[in-house]
Design a protein around this ligand. Structure first.
Ligand SMILES: [Fe+2]
Length: 362
């Protein structure tokens, strides 16, 4: 069946195929920005008006709340479904909910007075921390960047490498045996790339980026807080590069085929190793923060004369709510290779071993 577009206009489809990303302005339901940002400084234990208390330059928090993606950001969800070839191709459980797993870029005093080219910026990657990666892996068909704050130029927006998408497609084409996380070979050519875009936004905007589009955190030179989340679109089945009718290809599939110079399909390409799926590797260092965040949230409620029941967190709603949250996010899967040690609260422990890795994720 040819893909039926319910939301995207032809010029938006063309833009995505050319650039590998698409901006959906004012996509987020504002009530969730207001509600979820309210206790961010309590969760962090930083003082909003005192940057000397901002201990880390870059922080990733766990998730306490989640709502259906279609409720959280209706236009972004509709656009994502179109890009993936229709809602019926999306997984019915995984990535159906968006939450408050904030990714925070505070900048630093150093970066207020120093600069860095895109090619010099470390941490380039594509999002996948939970399966053996093949060219046709569709566990993260899209990476969504939901912007919870305004992002000014030089304010630490996500940096995208448009011509890097071609290199990633070619690298994965040449590795039908798949790659185990974390892998880096697919982004080693970024130093030679030339087409970069840095996200700027109003709070409420969403960027939908191709799963194989390399990205990293840009330096925040302004020293004001940038807040995003990065949920994904996850498909039921791997990408299909052998559709009889080319109009059946989703735009995400077509972008890969175009970058490989084979717009009609890849009948010659097959994976040569089994698919494997794991507990999301990066969640180990996020979940380690849950208990202390809860304690601060409950203590804050108490200081306001309120009880723990007033704190909005999945972790305070009982076993059934926690189990459902785990099912939606793959926390019921076995750990995979290169697991972070239990209790680690920041990916920067890994960074110590490999200084070129400034970020495992946006
Ligand atoms: Fe990322």
């Amino acid at each position: 069946m040819p893909v039926e577009y319910k939301f995207l206009k032809p010029e938006q489809r063309e833009f995505f195929l050319k650039h590998g990303w698409l901006k959906i302005p004012n996509a987020i339901n504002k009530k969730y920005i207001d509600a979820w940002m309210k206790d961010i400084w309590i969760r962090l234990d930083y003082k909003e008006d005192d940057p000397s208390t901002w201990k880390e330059e870059y922080v990733k928090l766990p998730r306490h709340r989640e709502v259906l993606a279609s409720e959280f950001a209706p236009d972004a969800w509709a656009a994502a479904c179109d890009l993936c070839g229709g809602e019926d191709r999306l997984d019915e459980v995984r990535e159906r909910y968006n939450g408050d797993h904030f990714i925070l870029n505070f900048g630093s005093d150093y970066w207020k007075t120093h600069d860095c080219t895109p090619q010099e910026t470390p941490g380039w990657h594509t999002d996948n921390d939970w399966y053996r990666q093949f060219l046709d892996s569709a566990g993260t068909a899209l990476t969504m960047i939901h912007c919870f704050t305004d992002i000014e130029p030089r304010g630490g927006g996500t940096l995208l490498c448009e011509d890097g998408l071609t290199d990633v497609c070619k690298y994965l084409y040449d590795h039908p045996e798949g790659l185990e996380v974390p892998f880096r070979g697919h982004v080693e050519n970024i130093a030679n790339c030339e087409e970069f875009f840095t996200v700027t936004a109003k709070a409420g905007d969403t960027f939908l980026t191709h799963s194989l589009l390399p990205h990293t955190a840009s330096r925040n030179h302004l020293r004001n807080l940038r807040v995003i989340t990065n949920p994904h679109a996850s498909l039921k089945e791997p990408f299909n590069f052998n559709r009889a009718d080319p109009s059946d290809y989703s735009l995400v599939e077509q972008a890969i085929l175009d970058r490989l110079g084979k717009p009609n399909g890849l009948p010659e390409w097959h994976i040569t190793a089994p698919r494997r799926f794991f507990y999301p590797r990066n969640y180990t260092f996020k979940v380690a923060r849950v208990q202390e965040e809860l304690e601060r949230m409950i203590a804050h409620a108490k200081s306001q004369g309120l009880g723990p029941e007033s704190v909005d967190s999945i972790y305070l709603r009982g076993d059934d709510a926690i189990k459902e949250h785990q099912r939606r996010n793959g926390f019921n899967l076995p750990h995979g290779p290169n697991k972070f040690p239990d209790g680690v609260k920041t990916y920067l422990h890994d960074f110590d071993k490999n200084p070129q890795r400034a970020a495992d994720d946006v």
